[in-house]
Structures are given as C-alpha cells and as structure tokens.
Design a protein around this ligand. Structure first.
Ligand SMILES: Nc1ncnc2c1ncn2[C@@H]1O[C@H](COP(=O)(O)OP(=O)(O)OP(=O)(O)O)[C@@H](O)[C@H]1O
Ligand SMILES: [Mg+2]
Length: 240
C-alpha cells in the first residue's frame, strides 16, 4: 500500500511536532525513517496508523484520503509493531489467534504452522507461554501475529532497540522477509542508522518534524558527499 502525506501537520496543544510534511512512502518497499529522539517519529507512525488524528493535511492510503476511510478500515490494513514486544498472557497460539479473532479473519491452524515454518520459528513454540521466550523471539511472534490477518502495511516503531545484536539481526531478517515473501509495504522508524540502513530501500531523514532528505541508499551516499558535514553529522547521530 502506498502512503502519501500532503501538508500534514500534527500538533500536541500548541507544540508543532510534524510540520508541513509532504512525503510519499512507496508500496512494497522498506521505507526507513531516521531521526533523533523527539523528532516526531512515533507521532507520525501513530497518525498513519489512525491512532492519532492529524491536526491538518491529508494522509492518502493508496490514493484514498484518510477522511474518506473509517478508522476501523484503516486499522484493518495496518500491522503495528512497537519497541517492546506486546504479547499478553497466554500461549503463543492464543496470541496468534487473538489478532485474527479481533478482525474476524478465518485462518486454519495449518496456515499458522506454515507461516511459522516460513519465518523460521519452530511450531513447538505454539504451546509456549510468552514469558518463556526471549525478547527477540517475542518480537518475532508479534510480527507473525500482525502478519496473520494479512494487512497491507507494516508500521514498525524501533522494533529492534530492545534487542541484542543477534536477536536484532533475526528480527531484521524477518522484516525483510515480510516485504519480499509476503509482499508488504514497510515503514520503520529507527535511530540506529547502520542497522536500519542494512534493510532499507528508501531512507527518510526526519529533523524537528520535517524531512531533510529522502531517497535510496545511493542517493543518500551522494547527498552526504555533496552536502558534506550536515548530513554526515546527522548520519553519525550527532544532530539537533
Ligand atoms: N501525548 C503527547 N502529548 C504531548 N506531547 C507529546 C505527546 N507525545 C509526544 N509528545 C511530544 O512530541 C514530540 C515528538 O515525540 P515522539 O514520541 O513522536 O518522538 P520520537 O521521534 O518518536 O522520539 P523517540 O526516538 O524518543 O521515541 C516530543 O517533543 C514529545 O515530547
Ligand atoms: Mg518514538
């Protein structure tokens, strides 16, 4: 699903968090937004997920403006993953079934097992409790739980920042497979530049609610050379 933001503005009270934001996120690609703490990354994702309302401007979901779609319809097209895994008490199987029941989707157990195998999670995990799994495994189950109702778009809010490098790599590989094997669109926010660039198709640099760069990795490379210290500093995490 293609997402376009047109003159999007998001305020909290008098504070402008996202300002005159005009950016498109191409369909079926991994779009990575990099920005420092407080730059508005989570606010933007939550608004695209219809968890917040924009103050003004329009978000287009495959060319349909947000005000023409119900919140329920928008949410049914989206899988959202947060920094920390959000499994509730109960078994992995119960967690996976929960998302489907919420959306009245019928998926049989064989399909659940087949998706688990496809993403490299043993089916024996179905009977485990969430707290018997590592945080990285829990995060992968959360991604599978979002995948099962078959949303078009995945919004991931720093999905690897609570993980060690080994688990982080596994989650990144799964995110890549969500795009390539399941044909989904991904918007992921991160402040780990190196890690998120490893899987990015398109990169968006967000500073104080505005996009200061967008392009693919080669364009980013070239822009860093041309624009010199400003973007290089940003990419090192040394930015305002
Ligand atoms: N519910 C809220 N009410 C008021 N202000 C908020 C609220 N949520 C966030 N903000 C403010 O909006 C700004 C952007 O916050 P946001 O959480 O979107 O940043 P972020 O880029 O996700 O940061 P981080 O990398 O730390 O997660 C911050 O200044 C924050 O204090
Ligand atoms: Mg955030």
């Amino acid at each position: 699903m293609e997402i376009k933001c047109d003159r999007l503005r998001i305020n909290y009270g008098d504070t402008v968090v996202i300002d005159d934001f005009n950016t498109g996120f191409p369909s079926r690609e991994i779009n990575v937004i990099i920005g420092n703490s407080g730059s508005g990354k989570s606010t933007l994702l939550r608004t695209v997920a219809a968890l917040n309302d924009p103050t003004s401007g329009t978000i287009y979901y495959d060319n349909q403006p947000h005000h023409k779609l119900s919140t329920r319809v928008i949410r049914s097209k989206i899988g959202m993953i947060f920094q920390k895994p959000t499994l509730f008490e109960g078994t992995v199987y119960e967690n996976l079934r929960f998302g489907l029941e919420q959306q009245n989707r019928r998926v049989d157990d064989q399909e659940i097992e087949s998706i688990l195998r496809q993403v490299g999670i043993p089916t024996s995990y179905l009977s485990k409790k969430g707290n018997e799994l590592s945080v990285g495994e829990q995060q992968r189950i959360c991604i599978v739980r979002s995948l099962l109702p078959s949303p078009d778009l995945f919004l991931l809010d720093e999905p690897t920042s609570a993980l060690d490098p080994h688990n982080s790599n596994k989650v990144l590989r799964l995110i890549k497979s969500v795009k390539t094997d399941f044909d989904k669109t991904i918007i992921m926010v991160s402040h780990d530049t190196r890690e998120s660039l490893s899987i990015a198709d398109n990169v968006f640099l967000l500073s104080q609610g505005k996009i200061i760069f967008s392009g693919d990795k080669e364009e980013l490379e070239r822009a860093q050379q041309v624009r010199g210290s400003h973007l290089s500093k940003f990419m090192r995490g040394d930015y305002e």
